[in-house]
Design a protein around this ligand. Structure first.
Ligand SMILES: [Zn+2]
Ligand SMILES: [Zn+2]
Length: 423
């Protein structure tokens, strides 16, 4: 007997170059067959008309635990993840206190095991207490299970610290994830430009992102360390990454749903759900980002899911915190931006959400291969639905997509051979 047999789905597995209608068998937490099943299923899922894909991976999630459990917990972020088709999320370390030592990393792993929904892989801080000064004990955190290092929320401003951080992450073999923003050029609450002037809000120019990225690429060339650009927001950054890849540098990059769908014109509403860091930029930037995802310059799609309490997000625009949530609905948002615009098909989109991010994680995730972990999502690509933030598994509600009509949805999410979500 087969534990779970998924029949007649369109299996799209970019890691193995597969796109065909066939069956997938799952036994004891692993994929055991692709194609004609040997035996019957204890549980059979008819996936006719649906897509069967590797479980989606989100490299950029703020779980807020420890410190702000009223906004999100590791358990609720995991529930939002599986509801959105994600089987693996990477937990950002800007918690309170920050995840900057092995005990903090162990805590995330323990809480994720208790929740028993998605895989939650901890990122550790690059610097102690996220101050950008002294390197954190990254070797110890790697031993404890950290998969990457970042001071996300802030970039590493000091070139000397950044160089040492790259040397050290190279030594221990894990990627460095950078939030590119020169802090001397930050301080605004939205993109600088005509809209900011009209609204009387202070601006953050894309040059603040590009200056740090240019410096980092110089240091990556010197050190040879693996470097990942988080939430790319500008056309100039896409071009820098494209050139760096052409030069053979070990660089990867991600884009968020909001930077692929929204422009700074949305800030005209003064709604803080359009306040994020990096900020929403121009239509030209959105177009360049979409083209970057389509041609593979941007390898990964990542939400930067950033929960905040309603009280905080109800402050006026200039005072409200940065960030929005989107784990529950991200896949359909990406589909709207990239498939709806005719730039990509489902195979490309699934690649950027599974095989692409899996390359940073060094595991057997992000693929449907015999003996690989049975992390699988079944997607109904045709179903139309309306985003209702009140139905999100996430605790927070700071989401600008409430009421949006979207197409495509995860209907079953399987993690390690167990069904963790079904619609
Ligand atoms: Zn960030
Ligand atoms: Zn972030």
């Amino acid at each position: 007997m087969i534990d779970i047999l998924i029949t007649n789905g369109r299996v799209i597995d970019p890691a193995n170059g597969v796109d065909q209608i066939c069956d997938v068998s799952i036994n004891k937490g692993k994929i055991t067959g692709i194609g004609k099943p040997r035996g019957k299923g204890k549980e059979t899922i008819d996936a006719a008309g649906k897509i069967v894909a590797p479980g989606l991976i989100d490299l950029h999630v703020h779980c807020r635990e420890p410190g702000h459990e009223e906004e999100e917990t590791i358990a609720t972020a995991s529930a939002a993840a599986v509801a959105g088709g994600f089987t693996t999320i990477c937990a950002m370390p800007n918690t309170h206190p920050p995840q900057d030592d092995e005990r903090a990393v162990q805590y995330v792993i323990q809480r994720a095991a208790e929740a028993d929904l998605a895989r939650v892989l901890p990122a550790g801080c690059l610097t102690k207490n996220r101050t950008g000064e002294e390197l954190a004990e990254m070797g110890m955190m790697r031993e404890a299970g950290a998969v990457a290092f970042t001071d996300d929320g802030d970039g590493i401003n000091s070139s000397a610290v950044m160089q040492r951080a790259l040397q050290y992450t190279k030594l221990i073999g894990l990627p460095l994830l950078q939030h590119c923003q020169d802090s001397d050029l930050a301080g605004g609450s939205m993109n600088s430009g005509a809209v900011a002037v009209r609204l009387g809000l202070s601006g953050m120019a894309s040059s603040g992102e590009q200056i740090m990225l240019r410096r980092d690429l110089e240091l990556v060339e010197r050190t040879g360390a693996r470097y990942h650009v988080m939430h790319v927001s500008s056309a100039g950054s896409v071009e820098l990454i494209r050139q760096a890849k052409a030069d053979g540098l070990p660089v990867t990059a991600e884009a968020t749903p909001h930077h692929l769908l929204l422009t700074d014109a949305a800030c005209m509403s003064y709604d803080p759900n359009y306040k994020m860091n990096p900020p929403l930029r121009s239509a030209d930037d959105v177009e360049a980002l979409r083209a970057g995802v389509a041609d593979g310059t941007i390898d990964c799609l990542a939400t930067d899911h950033a929960p905040h309490s309603t009280e905080e997000k109800e402050l006026e625009f200039g005072l409200a915190p940065f960030g929005i949530i989107s784990l529950d609905c991200a896949m359909a948002l990406y589909a709207k931006a990239l498939i709806g615009s005719g730039l990509m098909g489902w195979p490309g989109l699934i690649d950027r959400m599974s095989a692409g991010p899996a390359k940073l994680l060094d595991g057997s995730l992000g693929q449907i291969s015999v003996r690989s972990e049975a992390d699988v999502v079944i997607i109904d690509p045709k179903t139309r639905w309306t985003v209702n933030v009140n139905k999100f598994a996430s605790i927070s509600r700071n989401c600008p997509y409430h009421g949006w009509k979207l197409k495509g949805r995860a209907v079953t999410t399987i993690v390690g051979g167990q069904i963790k979500f079904s619609l």
